[in-house]
Ligand binder design. Structure first.
Ligand SMILES: [Zn+2]
Length: 384
């Protein structure tokens, strides 16, 4: 799915309705979480049913489009399954948190309750049930049918993210086959030894995040200062997410333009909802999850194959002779005791990932690679 993020221009009344709808979604989310925590055995239907109960007690909830409210149940359960994914990976993740104002910034119209009306190339109107009709500045042409509209508040401004069913048509795949290793020092190292570093601004913001988190822990609970720090923390967090998403978009597009076959390690991390990333480690985990997800959908629309392999031993095996050595994390160079090859640790792993994927494809490799280009030609898109 393609998504577009545009600024919207609510008037005073719209703004008040948006604010209160967002607040009611947050209230609902927290109430559903409370219900979830009471359950010994999770019963999703019962939690969903809780929404009706809440509506009876709080007539104000009727001012929010009903499916937007129901979406909070979906949000809760995807946060839960993301958390469980990390737990299975052996992380200490704690439990889901109640959302404060600064960590709750979006609400979703899924499938219905909204209509996007295009006025000119640069302007449109979004009609939202229970909110009204709000002007949009469309910076790009929206193609396809809009399936979901997410309203997002950021730095006191409102945005809309329109998700459509159309696929990217402007991207075509390249010719190379590469393997990639995802890491912390270098975000990506590929099987040709090319490295892509994390953007520098990301490091700067991460440092700020860490420092502020420490400051926050020293502030008195409920104090004004603490509230201020929380707000700053939320803003930096948002900057991080933006820088990261831009970076992921650029990197995945370049990869697909270059390749027809990309081998990656299979990661267990499900995509987490943005608001659950609190610490640096979760941010990088989530970032890899999102990177792979973005790569998969871009590759699929361009006809590029992405193969996932089990990353076990890919750091320990010598990509040159097949020797196996112990490779503790701090050792950055693979110096093979058998064939004497001297190669960067991540580069070695990337070659192994590519080899593993190609090995797994032995049966069908020719068909897959050839079939791919035949399909491409048949559909009129020429492989470069
Ligand atoms: Zn070797």
């Amino acid at each position: 799915m393609l998504s577009y993020k545009f600024p919207i221009y609510p008037n005073k009344e719209h703004k008040a309705r948006l604010e209160s709808a967002l607040e009611m979604c947050r209230f609902t989310y927290n109430k559903l979480l409370e219900e979830l925590q009471k359950q010994d055995k999770i019963d999703r239907r019962k939690i969903q049913h809780k929404i009706l109960e809440l509506k009876e007690q709080n007539p104000d909830l009727d001012k929010v489009y009903s499916k937007t409210l129901q979406y909070e149940c979906y949000r809760l359960f995807s946060n839960l399954s993301a958390l469980n994914g990390l737990r299975r990976k052996g992380r200490k993740v704690g439990h889901l948190r109640f959302k404060g104002r600064d960590w709750f910034k979006s609400m979703t119209y899924n499938q219905s309750g909204f209509e996007f009306e295009k006025k000119t190339d640069k302007r449109g109107i979004i009609h939202l049930s229970k909110i009204g009709s709000i002007k949009i500045k469309t910076r790009r042409q929206v193609s396809g049918n809009v399936k979901q509209a997410v309203l997002k508040k950021s730095d006191e401004k409102w945005y809309i993210i329109l998700q459509t069913d159309s696929e990217r048509k402007d991207l075509s795949h390249g010719k190379e086959s590469i393997g990639i290793d995802l890491g912390i020092e270098n975000y990506i190292t590929d099987s040709n030894g090319t490295r892509v570093e994390n953007p520098k601004t990301l490091g700067k913001h991460m440092q700020e995040l860490r420092e502020l988190q420490q400051v926050l822990s020293r502030k008195k609970k409920g104090s004004r200062n603490r509230e201020k720090t929380r707000k700053r923390l939320a803003r930096i967090h948002e900057k991080i997410v933006n820088v990261r998403n831009d970076f992921i978009h650029k990197t995945t597009t370049e990869l697909v333009r270059k390749c027809r076959f990309i081998a990656v390690e299979k990661l267990d991390v499900k995509e987490m909802m943005e608001q659950e990333y609190y610490n640096a480690r979760n941010i990088s985990d989530a970032s890899w999850g999102r990177f792979l997800q973005t790569l998969r959908y871009k590759a699929a629309s361009a006809g590029c194959e992405v193969a996932e392999v089990d990353p076990r031993n890919t750091s320990k095996i010598c990509s040159n002779c097949g020797n196996m050595m112990d490779m503790p994390l701090h050792i950055r160079t693979y110096l093979c005791s058998k064939c004497n090859i001297n190669i960067d640790r991540d580069h070695n792993a990337a070659i192994n990932i590519l080899k593993k994927a190609s090995g797994g494809l032995v049966r069908a490799s020719a068909e897959i690679i050839n079939g791919l280009s035949v399909k491409q030609e048949a559909s009129g898109v020429s492989p470069r």
